[in-house]
Design a protein around this ligand. Structure first.
Ligand code: ADP
Ligand code: ADP
Length: 234
């Protein structure tokens, strides 16, 4: 079962083409690594999967829905539904500093059908998933970088998404914390069956947890396949 399918996707910003003719298929439960140097187009490519970035041409199918087809984008209501099924985490965590950890996670559930007590229970469960049950009432400033990223992961998983996009989510972390976050992503992938797309410029990260990898260079997918086949050209 294919969960993500890109067909000849191009993304241009005026005269700059950030992504050239990208085609790609991703199956349920896979962890795909997207690797390449800064400016290669990784972020732009992955942002087309939840339409944070609208392509210029091609076709994007996510979770059996065509979300972009040669200039046509799905309706706003469908887009909101899609974004609940495709969670995303970033390098900068993007937490609300004036809100408690529990409220940061509950925020993602405010537009769901859940009652207040169901939200509370769901938040507790999510905190357990990322091993932060002790921190419900803490504030972001009291947490380490790795802990903040775990809050962001819990928030991204709040609506039980089938896909999780990670854009350089470990780049601000030290090597040991990076390993903890990568292992947590792998663990969540196994336990929840969530398909993961992991953007990184670190080969060690993809080696550790990815099933498959694509290498981007100057907007092109230059290599794809199993890890042992992949080389990063300087
Ligand atoms: P990466 O994630 O591999 O670092 P990006 O996808 O962020 O690469 O960027 C690829 C190229 O597209 C870069 O040249 C970047 O400057 C350009 N780019 C990305 N987003 C925009 C934008 N919103 N407007 C103009 N150019 C952009
Ligand atoms: P990252 O380091 O995660 O790739 P960037 O700093 O490249 O992020 O980009 C941050 C934001 O700025 C993104 O929304 C991206 O689309 C936009 N952006 C990147 N490059 C350009 C550019 N050359 N012109 C305009 N916007 C850009």
């Amino acid at each position: 079962d294919v969960v993500i399918e890109l067909d000849h996707v191009r993304v241009s910003f005026g005269d700059t083409t950030a992504v050239h003719d990208a085609s790609l298929k991703l199956h349920k439960g896979e962890i795909l690594g997207v690797i390449g140097f800064s400016g290669a187009g990784k972020s732009t490519l992955v942002r087309t999967l939840n339409l944070l970035q609208t392509p210029s041409a091609g076709r994007v199918r996510v979770l059996e829905k065509t979300i972009f087809d040669d200039g046509t984008v799905i309706k706003p209501r469908e887009l909101r539904a899609l974004r609940r099924r495709v969670g995303m985490i970033f390098q900068g965590f993007n937490l609300l500093n004036q809100s408690s950890i529990a409220d940061n996670i509950a925020f993602a559930l405010r537009h769901s059908e859940l009652s207040e007590s169901d939200i509370e229970q769901r938040v507790r469960h999510l905190l357990e998933l990322v091993h932060l049950e002790e921190y419900a009432n803490a504030y972001p400033a009291q947490l380490s970088g790795g802990q903040k990223q775990r809050v962001a992961i819990a928030r991204a998983l709040a609506n039980n998404p089938e896909v999780l996009l990670s854009d350089e989510s470990t780049s601000a972390l030290d090597p040991q914390t990076t390993i903890q976050i990568l292992d947590l992503l792998k663990d969540l992938n196994r336990r929840l069956g969530v398909t993961v797309v992991l953007i990184t410029h670190e080969m060690d990260a993809v080696k550790r947890i990815c099933d498959r990898i694509i290498v981007m260079e100057h907007g092109e997918l230059v290599e794809r396949g199993a890890l042992r086949d992949v080389v990063l050209h300087p």
